[in-house]
Structures are given as C-alpha cells and as structure tokens.
Design a protein around this ligand. Structure first.
Ligand code: GDP
Ligand code: IMO
Ligand code: MG
Length: 429
C-alpha cells in the first residue's frame, strides 16, 4: 500500500497543483476528493502554464488514471471546457485518463444563481465565494435533492430528479432573487447533452480505487482549498462548504482510514487569502503588495488579488493536528528573497492571554494580536537551487525553523513555479 494525501494547510493556493503534478511522476492514480471548480490549481511545465479547476493535476502524464471522486461537486461545463483546452494544447489525448464517479454531485445552473444571488444580498457581509455554486450544491447533497453524475446517463430519472429540485429552486430564484425561473425542458436537455459528452468518463470509481490500493499502486489524493477553509475546522462562516481535511479523503473517495499512509501539507512560506474573513498576519501595506507582485498572488479561479501576510505557525500547526501531517511541502520560498528580517507568527494574544490555538469565533479571531519570531532573510535568488545544500544558509535555517515550530519534516521545498524548481528531500513513494 502506498497512499499520499496532498492538501492545503492555510487558506488555499499554497501550490498544491504544482506539488501534485510533480509527484504524479511517481504515482499511478490521482484522486480529487472534495470541492469543485472553486479550486484553481496551476501547473507549470517547460514554460507552459496550465490551470485546472476540476480535472486532477495528474492529467499531464498520459499513463495515469485521474479520478473525480464522489466527494466532488462537479460542473460538467467546466470539465468539458478543461478537456477541450488541454486537448488543444496536446494533453489529455486519451479519454481513459479521466474517470468521474457516478456518485459525484453535479453543479446545476440554479446552484450558481443562488450562490451569486445570496452574495449580492449579503452586501458588505458577503463571504466572497468564487460564485461557482459550491455551497448550494453541497446543501442539495445533504438535502437529498442533488443530481449525481450517474443521473446524467438516465434520461427519465434525470427529468424526475431535476423536476423535483426545480420547484423549490424556482421559488427562490423568482421570489428571493428576482430572476426569471429556469425551464425544466431546457435544463434537462442541457444536462442530458453533458451526460452524452461525458459518458465515457462516468463510472463506478470506489471499487477501482480499492483495487488499486490493494494491488500496491501509488495513489495520490489531491486536496483542494486549505484547512482554514474547512467547513468544520476553518474560519467559519468564511469557509468553503466541504471538509477539506485529510479525513475527507476517505469519505470523499470511499476508502477506509487505515488505507491512508502519508499526509503532506502544502505550506506557502508566507500566507495568502482570497475572499473575506479574518487573517491575523495580514500585511495591508507595501510589504503585502511586494509579496503579491513577486509571488504573482492573483486568484487562479477568479483573478482577484490575494491578500498577503506573514507565515502563521498557529495556522500551520492547526493543520498539522487536524490532518495528522507526516510531511510538509514548503512552497514559494523564492518569493521571500530580498526580504529581511522575515517574521513568523508563533502565537496569538487574545484579551491579554497567549494562545497557540485558532479561536473558534470569527470575532475573536479578528481581535487576536499575533506574536512573531524574526529570522534573517537572504538576498540570493533560489530558483536555480536543486538540492538542499544549494540553498543559502539563512534559507536552510528558515526551513529548519518551520520544521522545529511544526514538529513536522519538510519533505519538499519549492523554489519556483516550474516542475524542476523543486527539492524533494524525502520521496513519498
Ligand atoms: P493551488 O490552488 O494550491 O494549486 O495554488 P495556485 O495554483 O492557486 O497558486 C499557486 C501559485 O504559485 C501558482 O501560480 C503557481 O504556479 C505558483 N507556485 C507554486 N509553487 C511556487 C514556488 O515555489 N515559487 C513560485 N514563485 N511560485 C510557485
Ligand atoms: P484552491 O484549491 C483559495 C474561498 C473563496 C471564499 C470561500 C468560499 O485553488 O486552493 P466557495 O466558492 O468555495 O463557496 O468560496 O473559499 N476559496 C478558495 N480560496 N483557494 C481555493 O481553492 C478556494 N476555493 C474556495 O475565495 O473565500
Ligand atoms: Mg488555487
């Protein structure tokens, strides 16, 4: 058995796509287990940049099976768009490279309308969602009125399921959001058409993952978002609508907990966040702007500028505990070149008390004062380094400080967006 979960430890955009792409060279199967097209995972290979939202980041390797598992809320239009784009660029040439669980929930047009409509009504207290219909789709899953990928292949059943959901949705769309109602025939036709185009991909995936793990294949689970966006353990209500923690690799793909061997958290060497919500180490100043421009911190899904701040070990250690991390992939070290001293938050002060925990209430989180440790920066560019010893001493010290403060080995250091700009210190398989 050789399984590895890769997930985000902060508020997303830590560089998960790059790490998954890199490690896919050692894997047989890559599985997306939660989230939807709210994710934007950037792959950079031989100077070419590709952003995937739903198709797993293993797609650039022809012989690998990529699975969109049952825990994902998948937008068929986005998958088809990504497939076309990848094909036109010479990738994803075999349909067999992508399997979609027949149990994956489907994003419907009303999910997007409701997502956007709610945000508009919330005004200044909006969540800042990606508008991809994620929350409303997970709500329907729990309400048992969701449409699943397998339904797209059964015309009569699909019509029944959409008709049942649409009654209530149109009430909301018309009465709450003042928009014209959706027409049943139109929605059914559109989604049957999606089904026809995706039929070669939609299948039962749980038993396949089971047999791959049983036969000793290397299976990589690709998380989306970040632990602080987890619906239970994140900065609620400014979170996404799924569990993003490692435990959900099991529920979201149908494998038992004892099948998960390693869990690597991707940690950006500083912190970013898109959308609203607390961010104790945020730098709303020139330094924050410098991180944004050097790190090119703009949303891969929405293009929104990302808020930037110092590395926060209270956040990272929250993730270490919740995910049972066995390794850290430390990314974007190169962006810190030229910044000295570098600050790392190690605890918070709340109402005069020192704590190393994230407060559960968002108002408390807004009041914490981060306490920092300062470490010396370095001026040498890192992007050409290919081994740990190539890194300047202060950069090596920074890595070791992260290890010390998290109690977790830094198994991989990333010093640029390219596949080759990576120092793999301990291969997972
Ligand atoms: P994800 O959502 O976690 O996959 O991350 P995103 O793709 O949304 O954002 C990460 C951004 O940082 C992308 O533009 C990557 O190409 C880029 N990136 C990843 N690792 C590194 C790194 O080590 N250095 C630099 N400079 N950029 C990186
Ligand atoms: P990747 O996988 C960063 C954020 C949104 C918003 C909140 C809720 O690329 O790291 P949603 O549309 O999910 O209901 O939005 O979550 N968010 C992300 N932020 N990276 C992501 O994914 C995100 N996916 C959702 O900005 O604050
Ligand atoms: Mg992203």
């Amino acid at each position: 058995m050789s399984t590895l979960v890769i997930l985000g430890t902060q508020w997303g955009d830590e560089g998960k796509g790059k790490i998954v792409d890199l490690l896919t060279s050692r894997a047989d199967v890559v599985v997306r287990f939660q989230g939807g097209a709210n994710a934007g995972h950037t792959l950079k290979v031989a100077g070419e940049q590709i952003i995937v939202h739903l198709i797993p980041s293993g797609i650039l390797y022809p012989g690998i099976t990529n699975i969109i598992a049952n825990g994902v809320v998948m937008d068929p239009a986005v998958i088809l768009e990504e497939k076309n784009e990848l094909r036109s660029r010479g990738h994803f040439l075999q349909d067999s490279q992508l399997l979609i669980s027949e149990k994956a929930q489907v994003i419907m047009p009303y999910h997007k309308l409701i997502d956007l409509g709610r945000e508009e009504l919330l005004g200044s207290s909006k969540i800042g969602t990606t508008g991809r219909g994620i929350g409303p789709a997970y709500e329907d899953k729990a309400a048992r009125i969701g449409i699943r990928a397998g339904d797209l292949l059964r015309p009569d059943w699909l019509r029944k399921r959409i008709a049942a959901a649409l009654d209530e949705k149109n009430f909301l769309i018309e009465k709450r959001f003042n928009k014209p109602p959706l027409k049943l025939d139109q929605v059914v036709d559109e989604y049957l058409n999606f089904g026809a185009q995706l039929s070669s991909h939609i299948t039962e995936t749980t038993s396949l993952i089971y047999s791959k793990i049983s036969s000793g294949s290397n299976v990589l689970f690709e998380g989306a978002q970040g632990t602080l966006l987890d619906i239970d353990h994140g900065t609620y209500p400014f979170v996404t609508s799924s569990n993003v923690v490692a435990g959900n690799a099991c529920c979201g793909s149908g494998v038992g907990p004892s099948s998960i061997e390693k869990v690597w958290g991707v940690v950006k060497a500083y912190t970013t966040r898109v959308g609203q919500g607390g961010f104790p180490t945020e730098l709303d100043n020139e330094l924050g702007e410098e991180l944004r421009s050097k790190g090119y911190e703009y949303g891969a899904t929405t293009g929104r500028p990302r808020r930037c701040g110092w590395l926060d070990m209270v956040v990272v250690n929250h993730s270490v505990r919740l995910n049972g991390l066995t390794g850290i992939a430390l990314t974007k070290m190169d962006v810190l070149t030229g910044i000295s001293p570098i600050r790392i938050a190690t605890s918070y002060e709340l109402d005069g008390k020192i704590t190393d925990r994230i407060p559960s209430n968002i108002e408390d989180l807004g009041r914490v004062i981060p306490h920092y440790r300062e470490v010396k920066g370095w001026s040498e560019p890192l992007d050409e380094c290919r081994s740990f010893d190539d890194l300047p001493k202060n950069a090596r010290d920074f890595v070791e400080t992260v290890e010390h403060l998290s109690g977790t080995p830094v198994t991989l250091v990333s010093i640029g967006p390219g596949r080759e700009q990576s120092i793999l210190r301990k291969p997972p398989f």
